[in-house]
Write a protein that binds this ligand. Structure first.
Ligand code: UDX
Length: 458
């Protein structure tokens, strides 16, 4: 490797927290290894660059920015995500290419582009035109990516589109998944879902490498399956947020302080922390079942209700009058928390989660067992692995979200089998720490990644 060569990376995240956060964590890791980082970001959900002083930000605008344009909304709540992703790809393809040209033509040596895998072949075309190499960041796990890659087979074998009569059938080609665990999402355009997924998989296969926010010891079998089928080099260097350069002093706002004060008043391992991530939404009737289910458990709970989480409402309009009466300090509902701080707090006993990949990794790294209610795509695969393979959670299916079932599963996790699961979880935490240690697999893959990128334009 030529150490004198300028190390420069251009990153192109997907503009949602579950994708942007791991990209920024990766940016910090690479910056720490001496790379200068430029982040090309859509005007949609453009972040505040002052929070990331080490990086240069470039905004790209699509050509049709008008009030009624869905891409001008602050999040994708209630939208058909498949349509939304297609629209993002179409709208930002040309602006990305133009921005890349400006970056690369500016005299700096750009080693490569790292784009979110969901951008698919959009970034392949742009990078080829500009003449730089492209790697992808996969913000979800390996098992779910393998399930996406198996879409053609799953269609041939008629597992997809999913038929209600086959939900519990095992998918023998992808154990331990059952038909209901396959990574699909509700859409008005089922054919478009296949195209969107295929485009993502092809974009990853044709890349110069896949950077994965996972660790080898966690997904070793699926990583081996992946590598035996695809030739593209893989770099499982996660969990990103546990690399030392990502362990930052937390900047707390007023709400964070209030949440922390509330947690400090609870006994160790008694709090049910509930969050369904940054994109999922629920019906009002599901909201009410959760409300009563949580109350019935008589355990303290901390629940993140984003505005937009409950369809057709702004925030808590559906909360029954008198709900807080006699509940005292037992419950707290907030719009957003610093999730890493919350999971690390000793009062938290269980995480009721939608099983987004970041939340899954964070819960495991903080040693908190889970209750799993997956909504769409990779979350369903993650949930099956959490329950059946890693055995650190119980399933509470969305189709079963009634107050009695909620009470039953939460009690089981908190009172009856919680200790055993916490122990299994802490073993995984330890395995993650070993991978991140100096001679661990994530550290070694990171060295390989740096050499790989530096070899591109030599
Ligand atoms: C979705 C997919 O489900 C996920 O698998 C994919 O990798 C990214 O897109 P999302 O719904 O955003 O993810 O969930 P998740 O992956 O769990 O990411 C949410 C992130 O927001 C986590 O890093 C979590 O710590 C953070 N968060 C969430 C907060 O900081 N505060 C909150 O109140 C809620």
């Amino acid at each position: 490797m030529d150490d004198k060569k300028e190390r420069s990376i251009i990153m192109f995240p997907l503009p949602f927290p579950g994708h942007f956060n791991p990209m920024i964590q990766l940016a910090r890791i690479l910056h720490h290894r001496g790379f200068s980082v430029t982040i090309i970001h859509t005007s949609f959900n453009f972040p505040d660059p002052t929070h990331y002083p080490n990086f240069t930000f470039r905004t790209i605008h699509h050509h049709n920015e008008e009030e009624e344009d869905p891409l001008s909304k602050p999040d994708a709540s209630g939208m058909d995500l498949v349509t939304f992703i297609r629209q993002l790809r179409q709208s930002y393809a040309d602006p990305l290419r133009d921005s890349l040209k400006a970056e690369v033509g500016g005299g700096e040596t750009a080693c490569c582009l790292v784009s979110d895998v969901v951008w698919g072949k959009t970034t392949e075309v742009a990078a080829e035109e500009v003449g730089i190499r492209r790697m992808v960041l996969t913000t979800s796990g390996v098992a779910s990516f393998c399930a996406f890659a198996a879409y053609p087979l799953l269609r041939d074998k008629h597992y997809l589109p999913i038929q209600d009569s086959r939900l519990d059938e095992p998918v023998t080609e992808l154990p331990p998944l059952r038909v209901k665990d396959l990574p699909v999402m509700e859409t008005n355009e089922p054919e478009e879902l296949f195209r969107v997924v295929n485009n993502m998989v092809e974009g990853a296969k044709s890349s110069s490498g896949i950077i994965w926010n996972t660790f080898e010891d966690f997904e070793s079998t699926t990583l081996m399956d992946f590598s035996s089928e695809f030739r593209v080099p893989v770099f499982p260097i996660g969990p990103f947020y546990k690399h030392s350069e990502n362990i930052l002093p937390t900047m707390k706002n007023k709400e964070d302080h209030a949440t922390n004060d509330w947690l400090n008043k609870q006994s160790p391992r008694t709090v049910v922390y509930v969050s369904f991530g940054s994109l999922a939404d629920i019906e009002e009737k599901e909201f009410l079942e959760i409300v009563w289910g949580l109350r019935n458990t008589k355990r303290p709970f901390l629940w993140v209700v984003r505005s937009g989480l409950v369809r057709g409402t702004d925030w808590l309009e559906s909360l029954p009058c008198g709900f807080w009466e006699n509940i005292g300090l037992k419950g707290k509902i907030v719009k957003w928390v610093n999730q890493l701080e919350v999971l690390a707090h000793p009062a938290v006993g269980v995480f009721w989660t939608h099983c987004g990949w970041n939340s899954t990794l964070e819960s495991i790294c903080e040693g908190v067992p889970m209750v799993c209610t997956p909504f769409f795509t990779d979350q369903r695969v993650n949930a099956r692995y959490i329950v059946d393979v890693w055995q650190v959670g119980f399933m509470l299916e969305r189709s079963n979200l009634d107050r009695k079932e909620i009470d039953k599963v939460l009690r089981k996790q908190m009172l009856e089998e919680g200790d055993g699961m916490r122990e299994s979880c802490l073993k995984l935490t330890e395995r993650a720490n070993v991978c991140l240690s100096k001679d661990g697999s994530s550290s070694k893959y990171l060295e390989k990644l740096v050499s790989h990128v530096m070899s591109f334009d030599s």
